[in-house]
Design a protein around this ligand. Structure first.
Ligand code: SF4
Length: 287
């Protein structure tokens, strides 16, 4: 297969018995939009979901289909699913450790390894007409791991029609097909990024440190961080399909990563300042 083909909510299939509901289904298997390498997208959480931030949401995991997620990390092959995301780390062959990784997904703790192993064992059926009902009335997280822009957009077109609502985030908003803004917030780290993304008609999800004092009138803090509720009760981050404000979220990475995040942020801000200087120089020379 490769993909879900149906685009309406008439499932034409009998209601599934509870005992037949799978733990997860494959909603895409095929080349990455980013580099053509083999990837798979698995949707799970139909039975239960204990994720403490997102609550009761169907998760969608974007993985390399031909290698263990840890091998993908170590070899840099995770670029097929994450592109050049700010949070990716680098593998240090001397220490055997991934350094400067500030991704909030903990592959081990959040079950990504188990999902990959289950996929390899053939535990997940390919999503077909009888599985469509599993999304009905549900909240879906588009891209729980991996960037949604690595996956053909028609997959998200279909899922978004089947489910009740969704949230999504992309770090690849600068370069990807801009149609993904329908489903995703632009993940930004700086005010410059936020302004740039807004100009491109993306709503933004800006990561800030707890010391950040910048207040932008068009930004509001993440509901989960303010109220302690979950994304399934909020669903504010549903891309540019809604006319809502942008969101800020205080860095909530795994313990010990804040220092690395701040160091990376400093470098990014310095790079952006250089870019601004270059643009000014160019304008001056050509005016
Ligand atoms: S603003 Fe709402 S949907 Fe967005 S991350 Fe926070 S809780 Fe989730």
């Amino acid at each position: 297969m490769g993909e879900i083909e149906l685009n309406n909510k008439t499932f034409g299939a009998k209601k599934m018995l509870k005992k037949d509901i799978p733990n997860g289904v494959i909603i895409y298997e095929g080349p990455s939009i980013l580099d053509g390498a083999p990837i798979v997208v698995i949707a799970n959480g139909f039975k239960e979901n204990n994720n403490r931030k997102v609550g009761d949401m169907i998760q969608t995991w974007i993985l390399r289909s031909d290698m263990h997620p840890n091998d993908a990390l170590k070899t840099g092959s995770d670029s097929s699913i994450c592109g050049d995301c700010f949070h990716r780390g680098e593998y240090n062959s001397e220490t055997g450790l991934i350094e400067n990784n500030t991704c909030y997904v903990n592959l081990y703790k959040q079950g990504v390894y188990s999902i990959y192993h289950a996929y390899k064992r053939g535990s997940y059926p390919v999503c077909d007409i009888k599985h469509m009902q599993l999304f009905d009335g549900k909240h879906v997280r588009i891209g729980s791991y991996g960037d949604p822009a690595a996956v053909p957009i028609h997959v998200w077109d279909t899922i978004s029609k089947l489910c009740k609502d969704y949230t999504g985030y992309s770090h690849l908003w600068r370069t990807c097909d801009q149609a993904y803004s329908k489903y995703c917030m632009a993940s930004c780290e700086t005010v410059r990024g936020y302004e740039h993304a807004n100009k491109k008609k993306w709503r933004t999800f800006r990561l800030i440190s707890k010391h950040d004092t910048i207040k932008n009138i068009n930004e509001i803090p993440c509901f989960a961080q303010v109220t302690g509720a979950h994304c399934d009760k909020c669903n504010y981050c549903n891309g540019s399909m809604s006319n809502r404000k942008n969101v800020t979220v205080v860095f909530h990475g795994i313990n010990g990563k804040e220092k690395q995040y701040l160091a990376k942020l400093k470098k990014l801000e310095a790079r952006e300042a250089e870019e601004v200087k270059e643009v000014k120089k160019f304008v001056l020379i050509n005016s």
